[in-house]
Write a protein that binds this ligand. Structure first.
Ligand code: GDP
Length: 295
């Protein structure tokens, strides 16, 4: 994960290693390398600039406390700032309501349905919940089949209505079913599209209005870099979602999406997908991710 970024940052740090102190000149040079490494990892330009400006200011500001070497000082500042950039601390799911309603949104292929299954598994095994999955993709019967298969794998219940073409009605029926059946979390999977379009946004906005969800999780493929950030922005402008799920972090992703999304959209990453299996889901810890990036 993020191997290339890690290597480039290591290269940037070399400028300061072996230097006796931090100066305007060697910090400026290091920041230039760090910014290059971030842009190369597909981090949004403004984010990369603001980030390096902040690190530079901190490095020069803390220079008086020269108890540690410039390299160590920079590592510490980078670690703190990367953690902040990715949201600072863990943002837990809001699960207090009974039933808690969670709406899942995103483009086709992002990993929405897979995540829906993983989330049900997480809620069952880690949070002691009894989730109900609602199949809200009325366009692709295969998506309903897929959800049923995944639910079967994790031992969760599913609500489907294959006769209906109305996602709002299906979601509402699902919630009624959950209340009758004692399900304390309802996860509504919605239809995606291959690309962003108004009809998709309208449909999800309607489901949101009717169901009043406690969480709206936007699922996006980390491999798509800046596109992931742009799509997130478009969905958030319309839906005001509560959190992001970054999928496929196990792939050869450069890291740009993980590093830029919080600062561009101002919504936390709540989960990351790290594989196709139902247990390949991690709660997102900004500090752990920062440590991983710094190696
Ligand atoms: P949807 O169209 O958004 O519902 O996407 P799917 O859930 O069908 O996922 C699309 C493809 O991505 C499937 O082949 C999934 O197995 C795969 N996938 C989903 N999440 C992950 C992940 O975290 N890692 C990897 N490697 N593959 C994933």
């Amino acid at each position: 994960m993020f191997d290339n970024l890690q290597e480039k940052l290591e290269g940037a740090f070399k400028v300061l290693k072996g230097q006796g102190s931090i100066t305007e000149i060697n910090v400026a040079e290091t920041m230039k390398e760090i910014r290059k490494a971030l842009l190369d990892a597909d981090v949004n330009y403004k984010t990369a600039k603001a980030f390096t400006d902040e690190v530079k200011q901190k490095a020069l500001g803390q220079n008086v406390l020269t108890a540690i070497s410039p390299g160590q000082l920079l590592t510490k500042i980078m670690n703190d700032e990367l953690t902040l950039l990715m949201g600072g601390s863990v943002d837990e799911l809001e699960l207090k309501q009974n039933p808690t309603i969670i709406l899942i949104a995103g483009l086709n292929g992002a990993g929405k349905t897979t995540f829906t299954g993983k989330l049900a598994n997480y809620l069952k095994t880690q949070k002691n919940k009894k989730p109900l999955l609602v199949a809200g993709d009325v366009y692709r019967p295969a998506a309903i089949d897929q959800l049923e298969v995944l639910a079967g794998q994790v031992g969760a219940e599913v609500y489907t209505n294959r006769e209906s073409k109305d996602p709002v009605a299906i979601a509402l029926e699902g919630i009624v079913h959950a209340k009758q059946n004692g399900n304390n979390v309802v996860i509504v999977d919605t239809a995606g599209r291959l690309t962003l379009d108004e009809a998709l946004m309208d449909e999800i906005a309607e489901v949101k209005k009717a169901t009043n969800p406690h969480e709206i999780l936007f699922v996006v493929d980390a491999m798509t870099g800046q596109d992931a950030v742009n799509t997130a922005k478009a969905f958030n402008d319309r839906l005001d979602f509560t959190g992001v799920v970054l999928t496929k972090l196990d792939g050869d992703t450069r890291g740009g999406a993980a590093l830029s999304i919080k600062s561009v959209v101002n919504k936390p990453i709540k989960f990351v997908g790290t594989g196709e299996k139902m247990d390949a889901l991690d709660v997102f810890h900004p500090d752990r991710m920062a440590s991983r990036i710094l190696g």
